[in-house]
Ligand binder design. Sequence first.
Ligand code: GCU
Length: 432
Amino acid sequence: MLTPILFIAMAQGQNGRAATEADHALLLKTLNITSLRGGADGMNPNAPNAANTDESKANPYPNIPPLLTFANGKPVKSARDWSRRRAEIAELLDREIYGRTPKNLPKVEWTVESEADTTVGGFETKTKKLVGKVDNRGYPAIEVNIRMTLVTPRQAKKVPVIMEFGFSFPQRPGAPTPPVPEWQSMVIKEGWGFAILEPGSYQADNGGGLRAGIIGLVNKGEPRKPEDWGALKAWGWGASRALDYLERDPQTDAKRVVIEGLSRYGKAAAVTMAYEPRFAIGFIGSSGQGGVKIWRRNSGEQVENVASSGEYHWMAGNYVKYAGPLTPGDMPVDGHQLLAMSAPRPAFVGVGSPRVEGTWIDSRGTFIATQLASPVWELLGKKGLSATEMPPEGTPAQAGDLAFSQHTGGHTNGPNWANFIAFAKRYFDQRR
Ligand code: GCU
């Protein structure tokens, strides 16, 4: 399991850390907050603040905001009602959790930097390196380029694509290129393509980077305001721009594109699905706190962890209020409502085994959020989650249009790919 500390150490050096601490401190000052509560310790089970794994202590805030009730207390009874309720939820998510995506964002111009005949898992493929240059005439000091690699079967015409938020930590010089992981071959074997989007190319994964990237460009290098968007929303914006590119590439069918990610990028995949209706299917892996799980549960990672200087940049500035003076129980929304924003499109929620992945992700909280979101699929005439109890590991519940699958492995989507592909095929084959 990767801890926040490890990630920060990997993602940024000394200067970056100072810039992050300064930005976080400035945010607290803007919000008139003098101190935040500390998060849980996911590494040391003997620490006084060790992350909780005891289910009997997991629900200090049992009142989860209702999904199918309007803010005024009236019930949500129809698809038409849902579109209004959905707007209420979106407003709360924007204002309190993820921040508002600015209007009139600059245009992006895509170019194919290189194109090569390649092979993946023995299949003939074409690999395109793409760059989306963001128009920075509004503030030329900040340059932003969205980077993506698209791999399709060589002769592909209008094929489905799995778009992944890809981890891209700097490679040591001379380090051997890792072998192509299995899922890419599985996807190509289906005749589909895959695209690896590099989130860090257009928004850094740290608070010190908030005055650069697309967020900084729009703010002309100034710090964020508490309602401004965070990195998750910005990463989602980049995925939308990448989808614009796929709409124009004759090899890909932009109506059949999956957005997929793990962990922080699982959170990003959930947010992207919620806000970009053109994505056909979501594969949301081990998204944990701030993603698809019940945020107010005391199990694994806490709101306080995400509000800390190592992770707050994912969210709106306003989010940190819930780590002091407010509590997670004061949040007017929760993770089931985030997931429900994707309905009626198919969504596949994955986690690993607590024995292998660890308990930071809160697999039960992930299941509960999925289960609580399910009625929206039903309301919209789809099949919701096909399990009423949390299924045992290795037993995916994926007969409906909303799926939950806890695999037997660790912090990876790996063992879920075969399940996911079978799920996605049901939709993608229909359009052939
Ligand atoms: C940390 C962080 C999680 C995140 C994870 C990851 O563990 O606390 O919220 O999901 O990193 O991205 O791997």
